[in-house]
Write a new protein. Structure first.
Length: 91
C-alpha cells in the first residue's frame, strides 16, 4: 500500500499541496490542480493508497479551511474507490 502523508503546516499555498500530491501519486501532466481535478484523479487510482491528512499543526486559517475542503473531496473519492483510504488528523 502506498502511503502519502500531507502535513498541512509544511505548505504555504494550495498549489504546493496539489504539486506534492501530483508528484506522490503520479497524476497525469494535465492534472488541473484544483479540488475537482483531485477527485477525478483519486477515483482513477488503481493501487491501494492511504492518504494521511494532518491539519493539526497548520496555523494559517485559510489553509486550514482549504485542507478541510480537500478532506471532504478525498472522503468523497474514498466512497467511490476500492483502492483509497483517508486518515484525517485534526487539532
Amino acid at each position: 500500500m502506498k502511503i502519502v502523508r500531507i502535513n498541512g503546516g509544511d505548505f504555504d499555498t494550495e498549489g504546493e499541496v496539489h504539486d506534492y500530491l501530483s508528484e506522490e501519486l503520479g497524476f497525469p501532466s494535465y492534472y488541473g490542480k484544483n479540488l475537482s481535478a483531485l477527485y477525478d484523479c483519486l477515483t482513477e487510482l488503481s493501487d491501494d493508497t492511504r492518504i494521511i491528512l494532518d491539519i493539526s499543526e497548520t496555523e494559517d486559517d485559510d489553509m486550514i479551511d482549504y485542507l478541510q475542503r480537500m478532506a471532504e473531496v478525498i472522503s468523497d473519492a474514498v466512497d467511490e474507490s476500492d483502492y483509497l483510504e483517508l486518515e484525517l488528523i485534526e487539532a
